[in-house]
Design a protein around this ligand. Structure first.
Ligand code: ZN
Length: 178
């Protein structure tokens, strides 16, 4: 078991060797990633994210739920409040789903999933919880329908836990402005 003491030891190394004073609250890559909590799919590792480059939201499945949309709306305000860096609105929004996701195990608990997505149980099949190639399209569609902005790109990637490779399923797609 990794203990809090282990973490303090690692943090001391980080503070001494890798901490940077120039990392800003707004991600240097104008990059937001929404991915799954699964430890195999940490974007820092699988996408090679640098310190301060991306804001990362992780939830069960990396799904775009009403709660995710609320978080994005809040982050937009935070970004605007700290608008000293790159132009606000000029963002890459990347959704990262993956094979062998634990969401599949939750298919046996439709009430739980319906509550998560805030949909009726009968509408759950449309969320494609067992098929990342399909769920990534569902979620990028939700973003494209829900968000507006002059310079937002939405992309959908699927990571294969069996090979370590990422496939672009939904290429960067511009948000509508109105
Ligand atoms: Zn997962």
């Amino acid at each position: 078991m990794t203990t809090a003491s282990d973490l303090l030891t690692r943090n001391a190394l980080f503070a001494n060797e890798r901490w940077r004073s120039d990392v800003s609250i707004n991600p240097s890559g104008n990059l937001m990633i929404i991915g799954c909590v699964d430890p195999r799919v940490d974007p820092t590792y699988v996408l090679g994210i640098e310190q301060g480059e991306a804001a990362v939201i992780r939830n069960v499945g990396g799904r775009i739920t009403p709660a995710t949309l609320k978080t994005l709306a809040m982050l937009q305000r935070v970004g605007a409040a700290n608008a000293t860096g790159p132009r606000i609105g000029d963002w890459n929004l990347v959704v990262l789903h993956h094979t062998d996701c634990g969401m599949t195990d939750l298919a046996a608990f439709p009430d739980l999933l319906a509550d998560y997505f805030e949909v009726d149980v009968g509408d759950l099949p449309a969320k494609s919880v067992s098929d990342p190639a399909s769920s990534i399209r569902v979620d990028t569609d939700v973003l494209l329908q829900s968000l507006r902005g002059p310079a937002f790109n939405v992309s959908g990637l699927v990571y294969d836990v069996a090979t370590g490779t990422v496939e672009v399923v939904v290429p960067p797609t511009r948000l509508r402005t109105t």
